[in-house]
Design a protein around this ligand. Structure first.
Ligand SMILES: *Cc1c(COP(=O)(O)O)cnc(C)c1O
Length: 453
């Protein structure tokens, strides 16, 4: 039987299936989210793992990509591989982070740094796949709403094709590094008066009615691509499966796709053990957390989501149902951290030589919090010091240098309005691990005295 792929509605009461050639993002019948499922051939774990390893010796562009190396897990047939749009994404290292481990209380901590991608965030894993699908469908224009990284990634991949890229960003609310990328890659960049959730609603509405293919993570092809983060991780770990995977939660695409691939790998016999997914949100943008702690069957949105970690400043995450499913399947949990905890965790990661975006540092902050409070109040989510934990760092340090410099200058505020000079400041954060530059005369004697050499 030949392998084929279909959309299937995630709502079990509906469960309708649709052809992948349709430009749909949600179930046309009940409006719920869609999965992509594979029908037919099942992969043989032993043979496949060997093939994957062999591909690392190959210079073929499909094998060099840390996404397309795992192409048997992606919803394209062999004939369609000619459409692939790649920038050599993936291939991000797994690093030991001993100082961060000590800060948390763990004996050991691994981080997988997805910020070392072509456009500097994990979005490239999903975008190479979604742009490939757009090209296969013959789309002329694609669009997304973005807190910055989705637009940077989409713009880069579109620049490699003849598709027009249109990005909707909340005015004044995205980090400069990310805006710079969208502009450089030639995307039509629309600054919307309003927050991310408003921009998202706008672009969803437009893409439903016009020839504008939607590239947000509601598009199931994005999540299919992001599955390869786990495939690459396990491949790197020689299939020794960790106990826990920690990931920041914004629109919840990442956690959803990890849950999906873990389910598929377990079904196909690639893994026995399933790592527990732990999602960490910022306390000012914590809709998943609110939904879980109130056992609500509907999303509990956050009206005016707020955090300096702009990549996760989202009050109505699209993929929340898939994220809940992922946490249920993996016996996972969601928790929140405040701005101070994020800022300090980011600085501690820095001391390991590992820079990242504020959003990414929620992982280390969340682990520290869970490690310390869970013992007494939440025994069911207790973290053991011996646990084998992988923190997923989602974005590059240089996306948002202003945040980092302000932290080290002891000048980081939860709320600040800048108009060339600061006009309003409130709620200063402590720069616990500040490392400010030192003014000194251009005089060797003075410098030696200062360095105590
Ligand atoms: C997009 C993004 C997130 C949020 O990921 P979701 O899949 O939307 O939950 C976190 N960190 C960074 C750096 C991002 O770019």
């Amino acid at each position: 039987m030949k392998t084929s792929f279909l959309f299937r509605c995630i709502n079990e009461a509906c469960g309708r299936e649709f052809e992948l050639s349709q430009k749909i993002y949600q179930c046309p019948a009940c409006a719920d989210l869609l999965d992509i499922i594979q029908v037919g051939k099942v992969l043989d774990p032993i043979r496949t793992k060997k093939t994957l390893r062999k591909r690392r010796l190959s210079m073929d562009s499909l094998n060099v990509s840390g996404v397309w190396r795992y192409r048997e897990f992606l919803p394209f047939t062999k004939k369609e591989w000619k459409h692939v749009v790649t920038l050599g994404e993936g291939n991000n290292p797994v690093l030991e982070a001993p100082r961060s481990a000590r800060y948390i209380g763990l004996k050991q901590l691994k981080v997988k740094h997805l910020g070392w991608n072509p456009s500097g965030s994990f979005k490239d894993y999903g975008m190479t796949v979604a742009v490939t699908q757009a090209r296969k469908l013959g789309c002329r224009a694609v669009a997304c709403a973005s807190t910055g990284n989705t637009s940077a990634s989409m713009a880069a991949y579109c620049a490699r094709t003849d598709m027009k890229a249109v990005v909707f960003i909340p005015e004044g609310q995205i980090a400069y590094g990310k805006l710079a990328q969208a502009l450089d890659y030639g995307a039509k960049t629309l600054q919307i008066k309003g927050n991310f959730d408003a921009a998202m609603e706008l672009v969803r509405d437009l893409s439903g009615k016009h020839d504008l293919y939607l590239m947000n993570s509601v598009n199931p092809f994005r999540l299919e691509g992001q599955k390869t983060v786990m495939l690459e991780l396990f491949d790197q770990l020689d299939w020794r499966i960790p106990d826990r995977i920690v990931v920041p939660g914004g629109n919840l695409g990442n956690s959803s796709s990890y849950g999906k691939v873990l389910y598929e790998l377990k079904q196909m016999g690639f893994i026995e053990k399933v790592p527990r997914i732990t999602v960490i949100q910022a306390s000012g943008a914590d809709p998943l957390y609110r939904t879980l702690v109130t056992s609500s069957r509907e999303l509990v949105p956050v009206q005016d989501a707020w955090t300096l970690a702009s990549a996760i400043k989202i009050g109505r995450p699209i993929s929340w149902k898939k994220a809940v499913r992922a946490l249920q399947f993996t016996d996972g949990w969601c928790d929140v951290v405040n701005e101070q905890e994020i800022a300090d965790a980011k600085a501690v990661l820095g001391l390991d030589g590992i820079g990242c975006e504020p959003a990414s540092a929620t992982t280390v902050a969340g682990l520290k919090k869970l490690f310390h409070i869970s013992r007494t109040t939440l025994p069911e989510v207790t973290i053991d010091p011996d646990e084998d934990v992988v923190a997923v760092l989602t974005g590059h340090q240089l996306k948002d240098p202003e945040y980092t410099v302000n932290y080290h200058l002891n000048n980081l505020y939860e709320h600040a309005v800048y108009e060339n000079v600061v006009v309003e400041k409130a709620r200063k954060l402590q720069s616990t691990y500040a490392n400010a530059p030192i003014p000194v005369e251009a005089d060797p004697e003075a410098i030696l005295r200062l360095l105590e050499l």
